[in-house]
Structures are given as structure tokens and as C-alpha cells.
Design a protein around this ligand. Structure first.
Ligand code: ZN
Length: 172
């Protein structure tokens, strides 16, 4: 099995396999330093792009360094991640032909104001890299915020839709 990094239609760079991979096989480990969520937040608060992977209850994250950090999100992914005794593995959930880009579902949470718009191109793309639960939570929060602005007509600025921090073109 050989993994290479090259430019990707999904986002800047992606991770590709040069050989076919069988369903169920581990393809990479998400490597990098383990740091606290607090440290990651302060270190990367002004960064448009981060490569953080939440561990366990979310108090610790992996600050990605290595091949796996280049694996892009897709809503119709060919890999999934699993945490085994503090290590995060990426394994194929489909038979993947040689030359294909590897992807997994990021299921993002805790993204602040970042909209994390998805450009994966899958038929069932949910338009966001957030997890379905997080999307529901954010919608509820946005509704509450909208109600608040209605109750305070002095504030004219629309509360929703700030331009995303990512370099990717916005889609709706
Ligand atoms: Zn998508």
C-alpha cells in the first residue's frame, strides 16, 4: 500500500492510494502531538486551517502531523476513523481502487463561527463538515439568535452568515 499527497478537488491537498485497498484494512494512523483542547484553542484561534483530531471526551486533541492529516472530509467517505487505546486509526469501509482519494467523515463539532462548508461533491452531501447532531444544535442556536434580533429591533445587523474563514469558495 502506498499513500501519496497531491492536489485535490475537495480541498487544497488530499491523500491518495497508489494501490487498491480492501474494505476493513487500516490505511493510516492519525499521528501528531497530543495537546489539551485549551492549548489547541489558544494556539490556533487565528488559523484558518487546523489539523486537530479530538480524542476521547474531547479534552485532548491530536495536533496532526503526518500523512493522515491530509485526508479530506467527504459526506460519502471511503474510510472511517476509530480510536483504540488513545490512538486514532483510519480504515477503509469500502474496497478502494488504486488512484482514488481517501476520505472520511470529519463529523466536526465545536467550530465556533466557522461554517465548515463542505465541497465533497457527493450526491448526499450535507453541505457541511459538521456532524448531523452538531448541525441540528447549530440550527437551534441560530434560531434562538434570530429570535433575539427580532426582539431587539435597534440592532439592524443580520446575525447570520458571516464569510467563512476557509479558503474554499462559498456554496449554498
Ligand atoms: Zn459533503
Amino acid at each position: 500500500m502506498g499513500l501519496i499527497i497531491r492536489s485535490s478537488a475537495i480541498h487544497a491537498a488530499g491523500c491518495y492510494t497508489t494501490t487498491a485497498i480492501r474494505k476493513g484494512r487500516r490505511v493510516a494512523e492519525y499521528t501528531g502531538r497530543r495537546i489539551s483542547k485549551e492549548l489547541a484553542d489558544s494556539r490556533y484561534q487565528d488559523s484558518a486551517i487546523t489539523y486537530l483530531f479530538g480524542l476521547g471526551d474531547g479534552t485532548m486533541v491530536i495536533d496532526g502531523h503526518g500523512m493522515a492529516m491530509f485526508i479530506n472530509h467527504s459526506c460519502d467517505a471511503n474510510c472511517e476513523t476509530s480510536e483504540v487505546r488513545g490512538r486514532v486509526w483510519i480504515a477503509a469501509i469500502k474496497n478502494i481502487p488504486a488512484g482514488d482519494e481517501l476520505t472520511y467523515d470529519y463529523c466536526l463539532y465545536d467550530g465556533g463561527e466557522d461554517e465548515a462548508i463542505c465541497n465533497c461533491g457527493a450526491k448526499k452531501c450535507r453541505g457541511s463538515m459538521y456532524s448531523p447532531e452538531e448541525i441540528r444544535r447549530r440550527k437551534k442556536a441560530a434560531k434562538k439568535a434570530a429570535l433575539k434580533t427580532v426582539k431587539k429591533p435597534a440592532k439592524k445587523k443580520p446575525a447570520n452568515r458571516k464569510p467563512g474563514k476557509s479558503a474554499k469558495p462559498a456554496q449554498s
